[in-house]
Ligand binder design. Sequence first.
Ligand code: F6R
Length: 606
Amino acid sequence: MCRIFAAVISSGDVASTLKIGLKRLEYGGYDSSGMATIADNSLIIKKGVGKLDEVDSVVHFDQMKGRIGIAHNRWATHGYPTTINAHPQVDCGSRVAVVHNGIIENYMELKEELIDQGHTFKSRTDTEVIAHLIERSLNAGDDFVTAAIKSSKELQGSFAIAALYNGEPNKIIAIKQESPLLLGIGDGMNFAASDASAFIDKTDLIIPLEDGDLAVIDNLGYKILRIDSGKGVNRDFVKLSMKVEDISKGIYSHYMLKEIMEQPLSLRYTLELQSVYLDVITELMDRSRTVYLVGSGTSYNSCLAGSYIYSKIGAFPTIPALASEFGEQYGRALDVDSSLILVSQSGETADVLKVASLARMRASTVLGITNVVGSTLTRITRAYIIQQAGPEIGVAATKTYTSQLLTHLKLALNIGRKRGKLSQSEMDDYTTAFELLPELTEKILKGVYNSTKELAENLSGTNHIFFMGRGMNTATAYEGRLKLLEISYMIATAYSAGESKHGPIALIDKGVPVIFVVPSDETRKTMISNIMEIKARGGKIVVIGQDDDKELMEISDKFIPLPSMPDIITPIGYILPLQLFAYHMALVKGLDPDKPRNLAKSVTVQ
Ligand code: F6R
């Protein structure tokens, strides 16, 4: 959802550093890219439409001179993806350059006011008003910092901004309000970025900014001021454990494939979550009358699976909810006895953060599960768990989904134990089941790589694919569908199989493919009845089931066998073939699975 990066170094040209960082932030948007640097007291700006490499092949970012610069990948909100609308945006005199992530809600009023005062706008973006506001203050005699503070006070909405001014050519100004922004503090070089992966090869020391902070950065240091008071403030450093290898593709052709294949490892890390964090969350859940599990997209699907998991393991009721609907659906029901577990890989999804504000206003307990250290979610929750899946770059969430599921499993075991709902042998069985995961997922991934590729080749010509599951694996069907449609653009529908007779079966005709998720658990028998109903109407039956299940094999047109596994971990085991199926389908269709159209990894606008 747009990503910004700003860097200042002591000597040499900063352009290649900016380009490398921008490449790592490409998951945030690839409608256009652009950079601004200052050399000889003049702003240099290059930008264009398309993915970074496409733009670079035309404008040659590396040729830009200057030690200081700002850069941007755009996910268009206001204004079509055109070169004029690409960032950086500038003022009338091209002295101020601005990159921005977020939405300026009052930009129309500001724009009209500035036009009345003689400013000329070139783009249709909301961002351009920021450059003109700063210009107006500079023209009135303010210095860059004062102009930036005054301008920030006029803005409503969400913004992470980095700005340059050629009249004070050694400074970057970085401003945070609701959109992610952190500083990177290096040796003779300093950075501001939406995400630390931009500069992780240069420094692992970050300072997450708070809403209402304005940072002034040069090559020797930084200072942070509060926008409301103009006073200086100290913020804590965080040392990251992320390494460059974690954010490179390694031997894989795509991040998505790398992240799918590294699930045995990411699950191993999640298995090692420190019990102290789990215990705090368990304690706060236990004290609540109602616990909501809230997320968007894939994270919501993990909440849906989670609601079954807490009930099955811990005999503990929870309410799964979509973040974007939460306020309308449950807002007035929240009170001091409610807890919310906000689940967000990035920890920056605007809809999720909005739920946190609402919940805090109503005195509810806000808890979190996220994958990103230093993300906004970690700063606004009473307690949180870092999933430990490692950085996820592919836009489609894969390893973070399974690690969210494992986090729910571990919390469910904790709450069941705390409430006395489990015998010792049940607790031991669950623990043993979780510990099987790294080895089991490795075996599954190897076993289904080719068969899911064949399936993708086989089904690539169809118009509409159905996914059906039951119980916990309703979430698996939903997640399989989300993966397929977002990266292959195929029309896909997912239902709880029990619902198929209440409408969707009307769409079944000869040859319509339906992928059934059928572990050998208590749902299997009814699933077989649902399969027979679809089969009787000519549907093409694809089943993911246990490798020794002869009956399933016989009734299916295509069978993807998985090894036997304890029921409770089937949502993790059974999503793996569906992730690979979606990946292969994107390739069969000649699409880049890492950069699906219109999507961004982290959705920082509502
Ligand atoms: C799907 C996907 C999105 C995200 C959603 C929430 O593959 O990646 O649906 O799951 O945008 O993102 P987070 O988890 O960062 O809040």
